[in-house]
Design a protein around this ligand. Structure first.
Ligand code: AMP
Ligand code: GLY
Length: 418
């Protein structure tokens, strides 16, 4: 089948890599893509946010399946435009993607479906904000209601900083602080049947030891040796299935990837957030472990046939991914620097370790790869356990040279030693 992937980050590179290894995929296209995706898919300079243009491209390419990677086009209705053109699309409608696009909407769905999450207030005035901050006390959790590219959430002990962020947002959700390790669990769903993937853990802070500002994610690993083996079943029963059922009941079924960001608190599992798409960088490690060819699963979800899909098959391997970011990320990053050593990773580390590109582009010479964003690339590695996967990932990271770049050195360290 011919597949078109929309987006151009490391998540889309991971999706394209898996799809390129799937024998059922006869042609793979991506818009807009990046320098790494160009090695496995044909790129098209189409704006991911333009639903009409994406639908036109999919029609021209005779795509059997379109996969929309990032949240912004989903919230903007790009999946609806593709489906309206009669083409199967993996990704929720704009209505269902509000689960990610509005924190207040997500809270409302969770309340209706009795899904465990932090207590919260939706606030629009300074008086409501102060009342909510007072009610919960420190640490304060303040979330912009709308999409904010990973920068909408402030967690702080400083009430002045919490208030300042809340006032800057307009409509905010003020939430109780949830203590405990975080887990990301993804599920593929057609709006009715839910197929959970394997849990992963993401590292959100910029610096080692979970210091520094929040980022889009600096690394991830899977499996989670410390987690309760019953965690996936529990989250299926208390979170994923009830949420999917509630959205179907409302007449806006969610078909695509449902991402549950969870806190494992002393009082049980709580939802921190939902996303309406594969997470980055967790996708890199989850897909590295999936043995079942990907295209058929995504197509079955897009066509409402997930109930007939055989169980997913997983490798025993562990996987670790380490993000290499530009100088100054998550502030305004420095871009346009050459990235060296990519060929050395292919020569010395493949197939156990490989580079997935995020913010990269080809220079005018057609061969030099340049940094073009905050998160530049991620190195993903597999191994018999987290220790080996970690060693392989960092050996490959050490071969990559990008002036001023930064990465965390403690991805999966505690879990590997546990
Ligand atoms: P989000 O954008 O909702 O994923 O939030 C970003 C990060 O903020 C999460 O991964 C958590 O580390 C943190 N966070 C969000 N909500 C809470 C909460 N209620 N309690 C503690 N930390 C939170
Ligand atoms: N890894 C966090 C996210 O994708 O939102």
């Amino acid at each position: 089948m011919k597949v078109l992937v929309i987006g151009g980050g490391a998540r889309e590179h991971a999706l394209c890599r898996s799809l390129s290894l799937d024998p059922d995929v006869t042609a793979l296209h991506c818009a807009p893509g990046n320098a790494g995706i160009a090695e496995v898919a044909r790129l098209h300079p189409v704006d991911a946010m333009d639903g009409a243009a994406v639908a036109r491209l999919a029609t021209e390419l005779e795509a059997r399946l379109v996969v929309v990677g990032p949240e912004a086009p989903l919230v903007a209705g790009v999946a609806d435009a593709v489906r309206d053109a009669g083409i199967a699309c993996f990704g929720p409608s704009a209505e269902a993607a509000r689960l990610e696009g509005s924190k207040a909407f997500a809270k409302d769905v969770m309340a209706a479906a009795s899904v465990p999450t932090g207590r919260s207030y939706v606030c629009t005035t300074p008086e409501e904000i102060d009342k909510a901050l007072d009610a919960f006390g420190a640490p304060f959790v303040v979330k912009d209601d709308g999409l904010a590219a990973g920068k909408g959430v402030v967690v702080t002990d400083d009430i002045a900083a919490a208030r300042e962020h809340a006032l800057a947002c307009g409509r905010v959700v003020v939430e109780e602080f949830l203590d405990g390790p975080e887990v990301s669990l993804f599920a593929v769903t057609d709006g009715e049947t839910v197929l959970p993937l394997r849990p992963a853990q993401d590292f959100k802070r910029a610096l080692d030891g979970d210091e520094g500002p929040n980022t889009g994610g600096m690394g991830a690993y899977s499996p989670l040796p410390w987690a309760d083996p019953k965690l996936v079943d529990e989250v299926m029963e208390t979170v994923l299935q009830p949420t999917v059922d509630e959205l179907r009941r409302r007449g806006t079924p969610f078909a695509g990837l449902l991402y549950a960001g969870l806190a494992i608190t002393s009082r049980g599992v709580r939802v921190i957030e939902f996303n309406a798409r594969f997470g980055d960088p967790e996708t890199q490690v989850v897909l590295a472990r999936l043995r079942t060819p990907l295209a058929g699963v995504l197509l079955a979800a897009a066509e409402g046939r997930l109930a007939d899909q055989p169980s997913l098959v997983w490798r025993d391997d562990a996987a670790v991914t380490v993000v290499v970011a530009s100088h100054n990320y998550p502030g305004t990053p420095r871009t346009g620097d050459p990235i060296e050593g990519l060929a050395d990773v292919v020569a010395q580390d493949a197939p156990h370790a490989y580079v997935l590109h995020a913010g990269t582009r080809l220079a005018d010479d057609g061969s030099t790869v340049l940094s073009a964003g905050g998160r530049v690339l991620s190195v993903t590695a597999t191994g018999r356990d987290l220790g080996q996967a970690r060693e392989r990932a960092y050996a490959a990271v050490d071969r990559i040279r990008l002036d001023g770049s930064q990465h965390r050195t403690d991805i999966a360290r505690d879990a590997a030693e546990a």
